[in-house]
Design a protein around this ligand. Sequence first.
Ligand code: SF4
Length: 375
Amino acid sequence: MSTATYPLPRRRTRQVQVGKLLIGGDATITVQSMTKVPTHDVDAVIKQIDDVQAAGCDIIRLGIPDKKAALALTEIKKRARIPIVADIHFDHELALIAIDAGVDKLRLNPGNIKKPEFVKKIVESAAAAKIPIRIGVNNGSIPHELRDKYPFTPDGNADALVECALSHVTILEELGFQDIVVSLKASDIITTVLAYRKMAAIRDYPLHIGITEAGLAPTGLIRSAVGIGQLLAEGIGDTLRVSLTGDPVAEVEAGWSILQSLNMRPGGIIITSCPTCARCDINLEAITLELTRKTEATGRKLRAAGKSLHVAVMGCEVNGPGEARDAEIGIAGGMHSGLLMKNGQIIARIKEADFVSRLLEEIEIETASIVLVSQ
Ligand code: SF4
């Protein structure tokens, strides 16, 4: 069972606390999502929070469009089991209600709050409550004067994003507040990557990374993986959200997949399967689909325990034995049969019809103690 992470370089940032979690410094890179039901509908919100938490969501953000939503936060905070971020625009009263309700973090751009004294009130309350503020700028809401100042190129747009974020950051800094997280998202991947690189070079605040408005899966997944993956591989990014049109659980699954693809966070069952070709004499796609479905619950429990298990399902003897050997449990297929391998050793030759049941047995043996502990 693996808990190892690959030693990619990681940019050193300040650290902030969000509930019991830390963002930045050497803290584990967290996965976030956002609820997509009306915030005043507390039961629906809690159901969605429980669903994303079961999938491995660390921190959940809620849009607070009005007072009804802000007032629901007290009840939501009582019932939610992961940290809550209140996402507020323009209205300082909503921010004050959210802080009173006990939220764990605000997402708020202080430059959009009408009066400096209102910003001061928010900052004083956030500091007293010891909660951080994420400044989140999006390409879609860059002011016209900044758009006009820079050329309409990825580099120019990135400069505009950074200048916009800095204008908000400076407001907080001048009030002596440095519990700051920053995000600079664009739907264009190159712009986003350039903006984060530029911000990383000038401030040491932790960065919340993502590609905004990435769209539907699978395109949105790929766009997010390319952008977020690029940044993470450069050591940039302390917490992430995959922004998809659709179920927030899919955002969380995608966030984990990205981290696991870079070996940055163990958690869950990782299934390697070959694409199949003319050499494949087993129905590998059906086997892999069934195995994936039947290991979903165990994978989530492993994720909660911070452990990974690598399982390989391979079609033939060309790459099969090597991949199966590298996994903790693997099968190298043959003619309607295959070699079952565990920790690099062949332990049985089995029939194709028994692949899934034998793999499940071996997974159960490997994970029983972990799964029991995490229940
Ligand atoms: Fe083809 Fe074998 Fe490679 Fe699978 S492992 S893609 S069956 S050569």
